[in-house]
Design a protein around this ligand. Structure first.
Ligand SMILES: NC(=O)CC[C@H](N)C(=O)O
Length: 232
């Protein structure tokens, strides 16, 4: 079977683009390639990844300037036609700014940049992004200053009704509570999907947990889910 094509959008200030590239190419054995933010041509992807980092230096707000890039305009068109789009960390922030996902990412409640491993409970394992994720909590790193997910009560209700809450921060045993919430996110939300199930945003970084040498391979479940959804 031909390799799956993952287009990774690169903005000035992206810094997880090579991590995503390595995860797709070297670990998953699929094809990753970069799309410069000024390019309008996404080069026929199976999936677009908007990687983590500090696009445009996080000026104005995280993701606020990136949404105007030609590559983002095309990503919106791609998503509207059902194309699969993943936003990780700064990518999640960009997807909310581009209105592909509801809500916003605010400053962490402690006002610090937080870099550590957290546990996630996957609440919807029927998605193209999650079908291989186990029931047990998975351990994935976070690294952000603005990961505090917020939305109004009406949106929260809709997210719940449509099963759009994909990941919640929890502890090792799967308890979702104030203690297991690293950044103040509403109801411990760490990742959501759009109504159609083809656009996912998450603050944690699965691409940083792909190999034994890194001490954590739980990110593999995430990428294996996507590959699996194309094969089956
Ligand atoms: N790792 C990242 O993508 C960082 C995201 C963002 N710039 C923040 O600090 O919140």
């Amino acid at each position: 079977m031909a390799k799956l094509r993952f287009g990774i959008i690169v903005f000035p200030g992206s810094n997880c683009d090579y991590d995503a590239y390595h995860a797709i190419n070297s670990v998953m054995g699929e094809e990753a390639y970069f799309v410069w933010h000024e390019d309008k041509d996404l080069k026929n992807p199976d999936c677009i990844i908007i990687p983590g980092g500090f696009s445009y230096g996080d000026y104005l707000r995280c993701g606020a300037m990136a949404k105007f890039s030609p590559a983002m305009e095309e990503t919106v068109n791609f998503a509207e036609k059902g194309g699969k789009v993943i936003g990780i960390c700064n990518g999640f922030q960009i997807l909310t700014e581009a209105n592909l996902l509801p809500g916003a990412l605010l400053r962490n409640t402690n006002l610090h940049f937080i870099c550590k491993e957290v546990y996630l409970k996957c609440e919807n394992r029927d998605l193209v992004f999650t079908n291989q994720i186990p029931e047990r909590p998975i351990k994935i790193p976070i690294a952000h200053a603005e990961g505090n997910y917020f939305c109004d009560q009406k949106t929260l209700k809709e997210l719940k009704e449509n099963n759009q809450i994909v990941f919640r921060y929890c502890d090792e045993k799967g308890n979702v509570n104030k203690e297991s919430n690293p950044n103040g996110s509403i109801e411990n939300i760490a990742g959501i999907v759009n109504k159609n199930g083809n656009v996912l945003g998450m603050m944690p970084h699965p691409e940083r947990a792909m190999e034994e040498i890194l001490g954590n391979t739980d990110g593999l479940y995430f990428f294996k889910s996507i590959v699996n959804s194309f094969v089956n």
